[in-house]
Write a protein that binds this ligand. Structure first.
Ligand SMILES: Cc1cc2nc3c(=O)[nH]c(=O)nc-3n(C[C@H](O)[C@H](O)[C@H](O)COP(=O)(O)OP(=O)(O)OC[C@H]3O[C@@H](n4cnc5c(N)ncnc54)[C@H](O)[C@@H]3O)c2cc1C
Length: 388
């Protein structure tokens, strides 16, 4: 079958990562198409939108920290550019984050995180429980101390997705609102995709940005298929009535009984409480247990939440990768690039991903900041694990 409607770039998946890739590619003069039955949907409809390079730092993830910080630095200009182009308010809020401890174990854990942050050259300040409550009077009296991180901001991911859709449309990106069923490979080169109705779209370069489904696309050779899996996250949304505002001034988070919980207050009055982390395949059921745990843990941090109307419960799928870092850029199959595996930092990593992929699409190479995230790193790992 012939490949009709050929573009320079075809992006499979129109979540925030596929959209930013398409937008930046089109800005560089490449004719670009996106295939997705529901572009602008995906995990961004669930995500909290913390831009948390510093408070999300984990042992063993220092390489990812470099990319996270690079993206955080781009956010002010990125958000301003999108808003100026589209008129969309992204809910970008430079309000900072307060990570608090409720008991002695949490306090030890937080002290360790503080030491790691300082060793990594990051700015964060240790506060007593009293100082934490001075900043956030709604905190529980039992808070034992906390870390103030003014550099960790937030954005509303739903608004971000809406603005990226508008920016793509303005830049002339063509949308095909259907599923890509299979990658088309011609003469050992990615050449487009087959759609659900059997028709085919051709492209000089294909970017696979299908989020947690990126490892599922038929036609992608096994050794190139990204090792991405779905990691379920449930969130609860409350609304702060005007008479209680400002309920919280910044994002508040903690580890309670080993589980992460955070409260993200938006200027709109929305308060997002998240998130569970569950390895349950494609399941996106909101469960009583998930909601119960989130509300129970959030209530220990901020008892006053029980007064607020509960407006939404939802579950989404993070695209997880073996090292919790994204897979970016060219693969071993000529013409096929990846932009996936952003796991719990996809909103934060949107600006740097767009820039890195546009660079790769126009030069064939990743910019330096993104090179450690080449998909080839997993291929190398597999090869070195083989017995001699
Ligand atoms: C509960 C939760 C909380 C989060 N909180 C944060 C946070 O605070 N900060 C942060 O930075 N990140 C956060 N994230 C992570 C972030 O939301 C994701 O990393 C990011 O949204 C992934 O975007 P994506 O475009 O790669 O994938 P997705 O959003 O999954 O989009 C993939 C798109 O591909 C489409 N698609 C899939 N298969 C095909 C196909 N075969 N053909 C056509 N289209 C296809 C889908 O329809 C979808 O629209 C959170 C995620 C969750 C679930």
């Amino acid at each position: 079958m012939s490949l009709s409607r050929t573009s320079d770039v075809l992006v499979i998946g129109g979540g925030i990562i596929g959209l930013v890739t398409a937008w930046r590619a089109a800005q560089r003069g490449l004719s670009t198409a996106v295939v997705d039955p529901e572009p602008g949907g995906g995990a961004a409809q669930v995500a909290a939108g913390m831009l948390a390079a510093v408070t999300e730092l984990h042992h063993g993830e220092q390489t990812l920290l470099g990319l996270n910080l690079a993206s955080a630095r781009r956010y002010p200009d990125f958000a301003a550019e999108l808003t100026e182009l589209t008129g969309h308010d992204l809910g970008y809020r430079r309000c900072g984050t307060l990570a608090v401890a409720l008991d002695a174990d949490d306090r030890t854990h937080l002290r360790e995180l503080h030491a790691l942050q300082r060793a990594s050259g990051l700015e964060s300040e240790w506060l007593s429980g009293r100082d934490c409550r001075r900043l956030e009077p709604m905190l529980a009296p039992g808070v034992r101390g906390g870390l103030r991180v003014d550099g960790d901001h937030q954005i509303d991911p739903r608004r971000l997705a809406g603005a990226l859709m508008a920016a793509c449309e303005q830049a002339g990106v063509v949308f095909h609102r259907t599923w890509a069923e299979r990658l088309v490979v011609r003469r050992d080169r990615a050449a487009g995709c087959e759609l659900r109705d059997g028709s085919r779209l051709g492209a000089r370069q294909v970017v696979l940005a299908a989020g947690s489904r990126s490892g599922q696309l038929a036609g992608v050779p096994d050794d190139v298929l990204p090792p991405v899996r779905p990691v379920k996250g449930q969130v609860v949304r409350l609304t702060v009535p005007k008479r209680y505002a400002p309920f919280l001034n910044r994002t508040v988070r903690a580890v309670v009984r080993g589980s992460q919980v955070y409260l993200v207050p938006r200027l709109s009055g929305e308060l997002v409480i998240g998130a569970t982390t569950e390895e349950l395949g494609w399941d996106t059921t909101v469960t009583a247990g998930g909601v119960y745990e989130l509300l129970r843990d959030a209530h220990e941090l901020v008892p006053g939440i029980t007064e607020l109307p509960l407006t939404e419960t939802r579950a989404g799928l993070r695209p997880g990768s073996p090292d919790n870092a994204p897979l970016l850029g060219p693969t071993e199959l000529p013409g096929l690039l990846l932009a996936t595996g952003h796991y719990r930092n996809g909103v934060l990593l949107t600006p740097v991903t767009g820039d890195a992929l546009a660079h790769a699409l126009t030069t064939g190479e990743l910019p330096e900041v993104a090179r450690p995230f080449t998909p080839r790193r997993f291929r190398t790992a597999v090869l070195t694990e083989l017995p001699a």
